[in-house]
Design a protein around this ligand. Structure first.
Ligand code: URP
Ligand code: ZN
Ligand code: ZN
Ligand code: ZN
Length: 510
């Protein structure tokens, strides 16, 4: 293979060199409707060395350029999944998708970047970061990291600063659930929020009341309800609403922005809506499973089928899905993730006699773009520009990597997808690219098909063929103080000066 373009991680890997894709670093996407979050137009997109060079109505090029015809199709920024767990050690096992297989699946579904959660090792952020650095070496697409905070002391506090200032992390996740494992208490949450604020890092929460969940689980077992439905019954939406409200109020008290991950219920969504209405900076992330499914699967008579839908917070009753879609379409919620965290049937079977032992997590990294297109765009709830904003641009803005990511603009990374609105997609575990042996969207069909994925200027998905190359993905450092922090210092200053206004009290007479 010819390696002349394989410089600095940009260019073609060996498996693509000399095959149907020419070993050229120049690419022209012709005649498509180029869609950004703010605008769409029919234009050509010219790419060189992994970077978008020009977006113009008519671009003419020489013979050395690989040309892709996109007439009648949408040319959009590749998806960015803000919430994934690849090679995640959780509930006494490890997810089956690693940084190669999970990303390969993502590419086949039009996602070209994801942000994964680093889990500290015995509370050490540095050790956790190093472990994830190793896991991510096989990456075939760009990725970033959030970091979980699972305990609190001076070392953790100092390491948070190190992560932000030297390691490219600008967000920290706090678990208000998983008692006895990842869960932290309110005093730690407060310390964490304060530290996040001082660093310009975004505080994220998994919002469920872990103590109450523990009690709910005990109650279900006592009642003899041990199947997957017990998972939903033990942690009702009210517990998600309570924790969401609590996190929002604590973030307000500290005056720091808050990002609520996997918003699964009307209860949580309405707390976010209320806070946003009052001017508080709260971001809500629904995930595809919560938008597209309902809990009825958990009552399925076949354990294997039911267990694959177990995730936390649980997929809710019918009605929550539609309400979350509406919240997304009206701006109450801002971007869509997946929480891709996958366990095979044999792993799910750990909980055959006790739902508490079913590893929590569902798939979505490969299906997100298609399912969101189908339920949101094809249903007429959002525009194509909105689709780009919700699946890519807003994530890039929140995590401060815009416009390198999330846009089709000169200078942006060439992470591009081509979607044919007149074709259709179908999901099945038989042909998906994840290593998972099941799929929660099994049999689902819909309109719209991502026909081409370009990652870092490489055509990695075309004609239903995947050409993912381990080691071609890059770690994307994310700077602190994204736009959600803009003006916060002024709010703090006016609050402080209001406190310092002198109080006039009459002198006490002895
Ligand atoms: O069930 C879930 N959500 N598994 C992944 C871990 C988490 O809470 O995000
Ligand atoms: Zn090569
Ligand atoms: Zn979570
Ligand atoms: Zn998660």
């Amino acid at each position: 293979p010819n390696h002349q373009f394989c410089e600095a991680g940009i260019g073609y890997g060996d498996s693509t060199c000399g095959t149907s894709i020419p070993s050229s670093n120049k690419l022209l996407i012709k005649g498509g409707t180029v869609v950004n979050a703010h605008h769409q137009q029919i234009a050509d997109v010219y790419v060189e060395d992994g970077i978008i060079v020009a977006v113009n109505p008519t671009i003419t090029v020489g013979d050395d350029v690989h040309v892709i015809d996109a007439t009648g199709k949408f040319v959009m920024p590749g998806g960015i999944d803000p919430h994934t767990h690849l090679e995640f050690e959780f509930m006494n096992t490890v997810t089956v998708d690693n940084f190669f297989s999970g990303q390969a699946a993502a590419l086949a579904g039009g996602t070209t970047m994801h942000i994964d959660f680093v889990i500290p090792i015995n509370g050490s952020l540095t050790a956790g970061f190093e472990a994830y650095e190793k896991k991510a070496k096989k990456s075939c697409m760009d990725y970033g990291f959030h970091m979980a905070i699972t305990k609190w002391d001076e070392t953790v506090s100092r390491e948070m600063e190190l992560m932000v200032k030297e390691k490219g992390i600008n967000s920290f996740k706090f678990f208000m659930a998983y008692k006895g494992a990842l869960m932290i208490s309110d005093d730690l949450l407060l310390e964490g929020f304060k530290k996040c604020k001082s660093l310009g890092a975004l505080a994220m929460v998994h919002a469920e009341n872990g103590d109450a969940v523990y009690e709910g689980q005990r109650k279900m077992i006592e009642l003899g309800i041990t199947g997957p439905e017990g998972h939903a019954l033990s942690r009702p939406a009210v517990l998600e609403g309570e924790a969401t409200a609590r996190a929002i109020r604590l973030a307000d008290f500290v005056n720091t922005p808050l990002y609520v991950v996997h918003v699964m219920s009307i209860d949580a969504m309405e707390e976010i809506a209320k806070a946003r209405k009052s001017g508080q900076r709260v971001i809500g992330e629904p995930v595809v499973s919560g938008l597209a499914l309902d809990e009825s699967w958990l009552w399925h008579p076949d354990f294997e089928t039911a267990a694959k839908y177990v995730m936390s917070p649980p997929i809710r009753k019918q009605g929550h899905d539609k309400a979350l879609q509406a919240a997304l379409s009206t701006g109450v919620l801002q971007l869509v993730g997946t929480d891709h965290c996958v366990f095979n049937s044999t792993q799910k079977a750990f909980g055959i006699d006790d739902f508490r032992k079913i590893p929590n997590g569902v798939n979505g990294i490969e299906e997100r773009m298609h399912v969101v297109w189908d339920i949101m765009v094809e249903s007429g709830q959002i525009s194509v520009t909105d689709f780009v904003r919700l699946t890519s641009t807003e994530c890039a803005r929140i995590f401060n990597i815009y416009p390198r990511k999330g846009a089709i603009l000169p200078g942006s990374d060439a992470d591009i997808i081509i979607l044919n609105p007149n074709s259709s997609f179908e999901v099945t575990a038989k042909s998906h690219h994840s290593r998972l042996d099941t799929n929660i969207y099994e049999g689902r069909r819909g309109k719209g098909k991502i026909e081409v994925t370009i990652a870092g200027g490489r055509v990695v998905w075309e004609n239903n063929e995947l050409k993912a190359v381990p080691g071609t993905g890059r770690y994307i450092q994310m700077e602190p103080f994204s736009y959600v922090f803009d003006g916060l210092d002024k709010k703090d200053a006016s609050y402080l000066s209001s406190l310092q206004a002198p109080v006039k009290r009459a002198k006490s007479t002895a």
